[in-house]
Design a protein around this ligand. Structure first.
Ligand SMILES: *Cc1c(COP(=O)(O)O)cnc(C)c1O
Length: 395
């Protein structure tokens, strides 16, 4: 039998490994401490206290108040809640929402749904690096605008948005500002007051926490509707027995992410730049997608001309290398990524894209293996491409 190849996991924007210390923190809440936090007996009070402690850890990391953190089932739910509830609660003020063309589908598709309910939604263009143009944002504002929703950092190309400026513009116009910070939280320092953020979405599994738990930060004073009706959990706004192990794991993941952020992201940035430099230097007809420097510490996204991204992914997979051709949600469909189209890539270039997202466990040796594999596979795929043959003949 062939020797088992070591897995090189470079898809940390899709999900991350749950950290062992996070799993350990969660375990007692499956076994001994299984009580329902809403029950009155002392046995359950411990769970209630542990939830409060996790909520405090999370609130503190953002410079928020404990009562402003509402647990949800993940980033998608938080995005849905922020947009739908703001549209409902601010109906009397207006029906216009501004967002961007490069949001995660949890925002984009919610926007499309709200349009069917009578909202008007502006999807802002971005520049060639994937950055929102502030002048366009200003121009898009109407007297009826109730919400601006711009992601903190993009999950495909890693570009970080000018969140401070956007928050300032929203505040000047008395418009709510929501940000999908699912990729940024735990990788970049975020303080909600400094940045004028009114609502913020996050998801634990993107920062070494468990899957199926997220939160929505809602600034005190923001009128917001309940998302799930039922019991009195989450200040009556999101009913349902708490995901106790998930919440505890989330708290532990945030504590860990804040403690390790500086060192972890410094190392990731160096390795990311090493990867980017080598690929651009050693693989011809290749471009980097997203901003060269103002990007997530762990994100690299390339387009290889004359190459089909899906084929590249499959061949990398046979060598034990996990990457992505877009977001996990778009893989499986043959449409090119909406983000790559929004930054102006033609379809055929967008189709030849590869996203590699590092973790703190990624090593330089891993990246050397990956670069060699990319060079070999891209070379082989180009040899099979009639377009490449035409192109070289014309050279
Ligand atoms: C992963 C992701 C989401 C969805 O989060 P889930 O917890 O998987 O629902 C939303 N927005 C962005 C930017 C993401 O990367």
């Amino acid at each position: 039998m062939a020797e088992e190849k070591r897995l090189i996991y470079l898809d940390n924007a899709a999900t991350t490994k749950t950290a062992p210390e996070v799993v350990e923190a969660m375990l007692p809440y499956f076994t001994e401490l299984y009580g329902n936090p809403s029950s009155v007996y002392q046995f359950s009070q411990k769970n209630k206290e542990a939830i409060t402690a996790a909520r405090e850890t999370i609130a503190k990391s953002l410079g928020a108040n404990t009562e402003e953190i509402y647990f949800t089932a993940g980033g998608s739910e938080s995005d849905n809640w922020a947009l739908k509830a703001a549209a409902e609660a601010y109906k009397s003020k207006g029906n216009h929402i501004i967002t961007t063309k490069i949001e995660h589908h949890a925002v984009l598709h919610t926007g499309d749904w709200l349009k069917k309910q009578g909202c008007e939604v502006t999807y802002l263009d971005v520049d060639e690096n994937g950055t929102v143009k502030l002048e366009e944002l200003r121009k898009a504002i109407r007297p009826t605008t109730i919400l601006i929703s711009v992601m903190f950092a993009n999950n495909e190309i890693g570009t970080i948005q000018p969140i401070r400026e956007i928050g300032k513009i929203a505040r000047e116009h008395g418009i709510l500002f929501h940000t999908d910070a699912v990729q940024a939280f735990g990788q970049l320092p975020i303080q909600v007051d400094e940045l004028n953020i009114d609502m913020l979405s996050s998801s634990a599994h993107k920062l070494n926490g468990p899957k199926g738990i997220g939160f929505l930060y809602i600034r005190k004073g923001v009128k917001i509707r309940s998302f799930i009706h039922g019991g009195a959990q989450e200040r009556k706004r999101r009913a349902g027995t708490e995901n106790v192990p998930g919440i505890i794991g989330y708290g532990a993941a945030v504590e860990r992410a804040m403690r390790t952020m500086e060192e972890r992201t410094k190392k990731e940035r160096e390795l990311r730049d090493y990867l980017i430099d080598r690929v651009l230097r050693e693989v011809p007809y290749t471009r980097l997608n997203g901003h060269r420097t103002n990007r997530l510490p762990n994100n690299a996204n390339f387009s290889f001309q004359f190459v089909e991204g899906e084929s590249l992914l499959i061949m990398l997979d046979t060598e034990g290398i996990c990457g992505s051709s877009g977001s996990a949600c778009t893989s499986g469909s043959l449409d090119p990524s909406h983000v790559l189209l929004a930054i102006g890539l033609p379809h055929e270039i967008a189709h030849g894209s590869l996203r590699l997202t590092l973790s703190e466990e990624t090593t330089k040796e891993d990246l050397d293996v990956v670069v060699e594999a990319i060079k070999r596979i891209v070379g082989r795929l180009r040899e099979m491409s009639p377009l490449y043959e035409d192109f070289t003949r014309r050279q």
